[in-house]
Structures are given as structure tokens and as C-alpha cells.
Design a protein around this ligand. Structure first.
Ligand code: NAI
Ligand code: 15L
Length: 267
């Protein structure tokens, strides 16, 4: 790839993918509303609010692939979610349409389905059960991407990420963990695939205790290598396992199911 755009590049996953994906493109274009720091060799840095249509158009221009990580990544008041996740996504897809429809990886979330109980096993076509306004914004993102695919042929991988952290840090993550290495290999596979369409992909490692079924992806040259199970003994030793009536043990979305609808002055 000549130029790969990573939005949200100053964030947790953006910083990791900046390093891991460098070999995938001649130039990495790194964008965020926050300070990213100086460009390294073969990098371009762009300060851009996703809610600013003209800035997003310029950000997307000249890119052949987009890893879209930017936006609000946790539960927040609606006014905060609106700019990056709602208006911002529309701006991104309009810019992509104007600039040759580069393939997009959309960082969706398990919080689109967070109200499912932990004994449910989910495939790609399950009904959405979002657990908050943040989850709803990701449902909107998936629907927007799907519409641009149906109407214009814009390809997007809708990656419903579980918990992408260096290691699982609680018992819920024995099921939701997505190792950084498995996410990086998925990104490479998505950009390598001859055709993509607009598939839902569960962003999770090969966890023995996993809840999500990716067997519809047999056409994609990707299989996750890591398994949260290897951390179970350590978690059992270091933490009390949550009780069965604890939201962390009841719901796939864990504590997100318990958050209120925050108002502007609360978060
Ligand atoms: P993060 O919060 O660390 O990074 C998000 C970045 O987006 C931040 O650097 C922030 O400055 C930027 N941003 C926010 N609003 C913006 C705006 N209006 N314009 C431009 N940039 C804006 O989140 P993280 O953990 O790196 O996650 C990346 C993406 O993956 C997010 O979209 C998140 O929803 C999604 N995701 C992450 C999961 C995880 O386990 N880390 C799980 C599920 C989904
Ligand atoms: C997400 O969608 C969040 O972006 C991340 O911070 C974690 O909370 C993750 O889900 C999770 O459910 O563990």
C-alpha cells in the first residue's frame, strides 16, 4: 500500500498500530484531534477533528487504505459522542467516496451487543443489543458503512473489537480478549484480501472461553493465534472471580450495561 491512514493515532490502539503496521505501507498518515508528536521517517501527521468535514476530506485524500480508530471510545454524554462517532463517521465516508473509496477497517465494538448474557454464543447476524450511547454510535457506524457498501460498493471490515489490551486483566477478558498481534494480523489480512465486501468480524483472539463465532470468515486468510486461557491461572490467583449476579459475569458488555445516560456536566 502506498499510503495508509490511521485515525485515532494518538490513542491506545493507534499508538500500537503505528509501530506494528509501519511495514505495510510506504507512508503512514497518522491523524488525531489530540497531539501525536513529531513524524518519524515515512510518516505524515495530521491534526484533525473528525467533525470537521473539510479537514476530514483533506485527511482522506491520497490514501489507499484507512484504519479508522478515531472517536470516543467509552461511554460519554451524547454531545461528546456526536462529533467524532456520528458526524465524524459520515464525514469519513463522504471523503472516502470523493477519493476513490479506499478500503476501510472500522473499529466497532462488543458494546453493540453488550446486553447479551455471557452464555449466549453469537454469530455475525445477531440482533444488536447495545449497552449504552457509545454502543449505539457503533451500531450507527456499522449501518452507515453497510449503506455505503450497498449504494456505492465501498468496502469496510466491521471489526467488533472485544478488549484489545496487552494482556487480559479480568475474568471477563478470558472471553473478550483480542491480542494486539491478532488485531495487527487481521488488519494485514483485510488489506490483502482480493475482495472484502462489508463483513462483520468479531475482534477476538482464539479464546477457549470465547463467545463469538467467526466461522463465516473461511474466505479470509486470517486465524488468531493467541488464547486468553493461558492467563486464567494467574487471574484466578490474583483476583476474586466476580459473583454470578455481578454484571461483569452476567453480561457480555460487563460494566457498560450499568452506566447511566451521562449528561454533559457528569463526564
Ligand atoms: P482511545 O480513546 O485510546 O483512542 C481514540 C482516539 O480517537 C484518541 O486519541 C482521541 O483523541 C481520538 N478522537 C476522539 N475524538 C476525536 C475526534 N472528534 N476527531 C479526531 N480524533 C478523535 O481508544 P482505543 O482504545 O485506542 O480504541 C480505538 C478504537 O477502537 C475506538 O474507536 C474504540 O471505540 C474501538 N474499540 C477499542 C477497544 C479496545 O479494547 N481498546 C474495544 C472496542 C472498540
Ligand atoms: C470498548 O469498546 C472500549 O473502547 C474499551 O476501552 C474497552 O472498554 C472494551 O470495549 C471492553 O469492552 O473491554
Amino acid at each position: 500500500m502506498k499510503r495508509l491512514l490511521i485515525t485515532g493515532a494518538a490513542g491506545a490502539l493507534g499508538s500500537v498500530m503505528r509501530d506494528r503496521l509501519a511495514p505495510m505501507a510506504d507512508i503512514l498518515r497518522l491523524a488525531d484531534i489530540a497531539e501525536i508528536g513529531p513524524a518519524r521517517p515515512n510518516e505524515e501527521i495530521i491534526r484533525c477533528d473528525l467533525a470537521d468535514a473539510a479537514a476530514v476530506d483533506a485527511m482522506v485524500s491520497g490514501c489507499d487504505g484507512i484504519l479508522h480508530l478515531g472517536g470516543v471510545s467509552v461511554e460519554r454524554p451524547f454531545q461528546q459522542i456526536l462529533g467524532g462517532n456520528i458526524i465524524g463517521l459520515y464525514n469519513l465516508y463522504e471523503a472516502a467516496r470523493a477519493h476513490g473509496m479506499p478500503r476501510i477497517i472500522f473499529a466497532s465494538s462488543n458494546h453493540t451487543i453488550g446486553f447479551y448474557p455471557q452464555d449466549a454464543r453469537l454469530g455475525p447476524d445477531c440482533t444488536f443489543r447495545p449497552d449504552g450511547l457509545y454502543g449505539v454510535s457503533k451500531v450507527y457506524g456499522e449501518a452507515l458503512a453497510r449503506m455505503y457498501f450497498e449504494k456505492f460498493g465501498q468496502e469496510t471490515a466491521l471489526v467488533r473489537i472485544g478488549s484489545c489490551t496487552p494482556e487480559p486483566v479480568n475474568h471477563r477478558m478470558l472471553s473478550t480478549w483480542f491480542s494486539q498481534g491478532d488485531f495487527a494480523s487481521l488488519i494485514a489480512a483485510v488489506f490483502r484480501a482480493p475482495t472484502l465486501g462489508c463483513p462483520v468480524i468479531w475482534g477476538a483472539s482464539a479464546n477457549t472461553a470465547g463467545w463469538w463465532d467467526n466461522s463465516h470468515l473461511d474466505w479470509l486468510d486470517w486465524s488468531p493465534k493467541d488464547n486468553a486461557e493461558s492467563y486464567r491461572a494467574r487471574l484466578d490467583a490474583e483476583q476474586v472471580r466476580p459473583a454470578t449476579d455481578d454484571p461483569m459475569a452476567q453480561y457480555q458488555g460487563g460494566l457498560f450495561t450499568q452506566f447511566p445516560i451521562y449528561k454533559e456536566n457528569e463526564q
